[in-house]
Design a protein around this ligand. Structure first.
Ligand code: PLP
Ligand code: ZN
Length: 455
């Protein structure tokens, strides 16, 4: 174990209100040594007031300093690092992705207006980069030699890249044959030791957690609070893009539940500081075959209701035992949020609709649009969702991570239980390609093409 003593004003605090023990931020901790619950990083509020900070962020957006170019480090007053750490930051200009209108999706779901923020347009193609820049910076600071993660693909891609930049050894544990090819290619390309494990993500996660407890492997999954700290800046960047006008609702996919948890935490801080006067309702959407948070909520269970054989084609959220479920519940409570599930069919059609807006994404990201459609249909009794609501959907991953999915959909060849050809589980339940755009085969016949195109 690496212990670094610190005099910093930041500290870990156990999220369990009956415990709430505090620990030195320089320790290599992921959970409370006393009660094993999750940890938060507690930070003193920034020295500047909201007006001054907003002006500072505005100025930095025009700066050429790499720390200011990064949409994570641009908001460094909200990060658990000190001035003297800033010389060692591992950054690749994360964030800076636009908020885009999606008129076809708005019509599809029944909203008057819908906008998306595409976190897939990041250095390694997913939102994971927001948290990896801070976690790898912390790993370096702790003097870690080897860092590791279990991953459904994007965490490993991001970790591998940032570790390559930092000169750290990276080990990724991925469930064999169950991650999208684009993601696998990334961790290989960035030089990470890639261990393909028999079993699913939850098995890999359990194993790497034990290893990091027993050895000096530094764990980079989202149980590591430094990941969530970086991801919080998604909300700061989004709010700044909206001129600090808080939307009514932010919709996000739920897998290991780190992303939604980080949003809840920063919103609590911003509200307390008077940065914002209202809080957007965080709406978490899970795939119906991998819905442990949803099951926990509908059964009002005090403990997580895991899904042992979690299953979905949206491999980024194929997780049955999400680590941050308690923080996700806290987010839902604080933001008066909502959690729902969508089917494979709903995900596939929502993704195709995003495509018609010119926006590609991973299947997991499309749960947001699918979830909104479902919420609008549920009507006023279950959920009060107004067509005038100001909604932002968070798209989490790049379309090219998983092109197999998209091509199979448009070839009308997407099957619920066929992920990759070398890992056919069983072929059951074909997904209907409602918006199929099949390629046409045609000879090099000019006349025919002119007739076809009605030119
Ligand atoms: C990691 C990931 C998710 C799930 O995010 P959590 O923080 O684990 O809930 C969703 N979509 C994509 C593309 C991801 O990479
Ligand atoms: Zn505790």
């Amino acid at each position: 174990m690496v212990f670094v003593m610190s005099d910093r004003p930041f500290f870990f605090r156990c999220i369990n209100e009956a415990c709430h023990k505090e620990f030195d931020i320089g320790r290599k901790l992921y959970q409370c040594p006393s009660c094993s619950d999750l940890l938060d990083i507690i930070k003193p509020p920034p020295d500047l007031d909201p007006t001054q900070l907003k002006e500072l962020f505005r100025q930095r957006a025009a700066s050429k300093n790499p720390l200011d170019i990064s949409a994570v480090w641009r908001y460094r007053e909200f990060l658990p690092f000190e001035e003297r750490d800033l010389g060692h930051v591992v950054t690749m200009g994360e964030g800076n992705n636009p908020v885009l209108e999606t008129p076809r999706c708005a019509e599809y779901v029944g909203l008057n207006r819908l906008r998306v923020k595409h976190l897939g347009w990041n250095p390694t193609g997913s939102f994971k980069d927001y948290g990896m820049t801070t976690a790898v910076t912390q790993a370096k600071k702790l003097g870690s030699r080897v860092v590791a993660c279990a991953s459904t693909g994007n965490t490993s891609a991001s970790m591998a890249a940032y570790c390559a930049r930092a000169g750290l050894r990276a080990v990724v544990f991925i469930p064999e044959g169950q991650i999208a090819f684009g993601k696998l290619s990334q961790s290989l390309d960035y030089g990470a030791l890639t261990l393909q494990l028999e079993g699913n993500f939850d098995v890999a996660m359990g194993l790497v957690r034990e290893l990091s407890d027993e050895t000096d492997l530094y764990l980079m999954n989202s149980i590591n609070p430094f990941r969530l700290e970086g991801q919080q800046t998604v909300i700061l960047e989004l709010l700044e893009q909206l001129d600090w006008k808080v939307p009514d609702r932010i919709v996000v996919p739920g897998g290991n539940l780190g992303n939604c948890s980080s949003y809840g935490k920063i919103l609590m801080d911003l509200k307390k500081m008077g940065f914002i006067d209202k809080v957007p309702r965080i709406t978490i959407i899970q795939a119906s075959g991998a819905d442990p948070l949803y099951r926990t909520l509908v059964t009002s269970s005090a403990e997580l209701v895991p899904v042992p054989d979690a299953w979905t084609l949206a491999s980024a959220i194929k997780i049955g035992k999400p680590i941050s479920w308690k923080k996700a519940l806290r987010t839902l409570k604080f933001t008066d949020g909502w959690c729902d599930v969508v089917s494979e069919q709903e995900i596939a059609d929502a993704k195709a609709t995003l495509g018609l807006d010119g926006i590609g994404c991973e299947p997991a990201s499309a749960t947001t649009v699918a979830g909104l459609k479902k919420l609008m249909k549920l009507g006023q009794d279950d959920v009060t969702m107004d067509p005038d609501e100001d909604v932002i959907a968070i798209l989490t991953g790049h379309q090219l991570k998983d092109p197999d999915y998209t091509v199979n959909y448009h070839l009308d060849n997407l099957h619920e239980h066929a992920i990759y050809e070398n890992n056919l589980i069983e072929k059951s339940g074909k997904i209907k390609s409602t918006f199929a755009n099949k390629p046409m085969e045609i000879g090099p016949d000019k006349e025919k093409i002119i007739r076809l195109l009605k030119l």
